[in-house]
Design a binder for this molecule. Structure first.
Ligand code: NAP
Length: 264
């Protein structure tokens, strides 16, 4: 993959307490970055920080938007500046659209979409002043490919593409990059922690064996280093194929997904 170097870069990761966020913290630090670990579980963040060189903790609940302005200022103060924000924190869904309560739909959008736009708005003046910065979004194949029981989750990921493709065009002359990453299925507890129709944890097991997060984190670091507009993350597997098929033959993609769901 070539030499990936983030020396002296300050990278702020949301949802760094587990899964892909934790793996990215290790990977970015291994590539020389100073890492700001955000999440709402202090104990988990302390555990991650104890294993990641050059890292600091910034407690952040993505549902508490009233704290975001101060949190952005706190993040900048930790190392004097922020170079890259990775909007990784996210929550899944495991409930049919017809059943999912309005409050749950809003929670999913608040965590997966609005937290990213609001934090970005507070951070942008800092990026513009420094004439550098990269805004990284962790989207997902389900933002592009339909799967039953994921309506609000899929919509929240799809919304990232519309918003941030537009923002990228606004920022081209400011030397500020936008990188949208599309993971396929990852080996994490996202499905277990996903919300059921009333907001309780679904505790469902994932249907598909996913890509190990350390492998995914290496792919993320490569795409961020190369300032790619968009990149697929994961095993070279069905996810990538489905993405292609859904673009070219949407009805075939839906029948493939439904067949897989029936077989599980
Ligand atoms: N797993 C997959 O197959 C897959 C595929 C495509 C995309 N993704 C995306 O990858 C990202 C990381 O997910 P993951 O798979 O690594 O699952 P994960 O281990 O559950 O990570 C999600 C992270 O987001 C945090 N988070 C959730 N709600 C939050 C809130 N209100 N405030 C602050 N932090 C919050 C979680 O912290 P808590 O422990 O406190 O909830 C956790 O650190 C997500 O954006 C997800 O949508 C995952």
């Amino acid at each position: 993959m070539g030499q990936i170097d983030f020396k002296d870069k300050v990278i702020w990761i949301t949802g760094a307490s587990s899964g892909l966020g934790e793996a990215m913290a290790h990977e970015f630090a291994d590539c020389g970055a100073k890492v700001i670990l955000s999440g709402r579980k202090e104990k988990e963040l302390v555990r991650v920080q104890s294993q990641v060189a050059n890292s600091s903790i910034l407690i952040l609940d993505l549902l508490q938007s009233e704290t975001f302005e101060n949190k952005v200022n706190d993040a900048i103060s930790l190392y004097g500046h922020v170079d890259i924000i990775v909007h990784n924190g996210g929550v899944g869904q495991n409930a049919l659209a017809i059943d999912t309560k309005k409050e749950v739909q809003h929670t999913i959008f608040d965590v997966n979409f609005f937290s990213t736009t609001e934090l970005t708005q507070y951070l942008l003046p800092h990026f513009k002043k420094r004439k550098t910065g990269n805004i990284v979004l962790i989207s997902g194949v389900l933002g592009k490919v339909a799967l039953p029981g994921r309506s609000s989750y899929s919509a929240s990921k799809a919304a990232l593409h519309g918003y941030y493709d537009s923002l990228r065009a606004e920022l081209i002359e400011d030397n500020i990059d936008v990188t949208i990453l599309i993971p396929s299925f990852l080996k994490t507890d996202l499905t277990k922690k996903s919300l059921s129709y009333n907001g309780d944890r679904s505790n469902k097991e994932a249907e598909t064996a996913g890509c190990p997060v350390d492998k995914a984190a290496k792919q993320v670091a490569n795409a961020v280093f190369k300032k790619k507009y968009q990149a697929f993350i994961g095993n070279n597997d069905k996810g990538r194929l489905l993405l292609l098929i859904s673009r070219l033959f949407p009805s075939l993609a839906i029948s493939m997904v439904l067949k897989q769901v029936k077989n599980n």
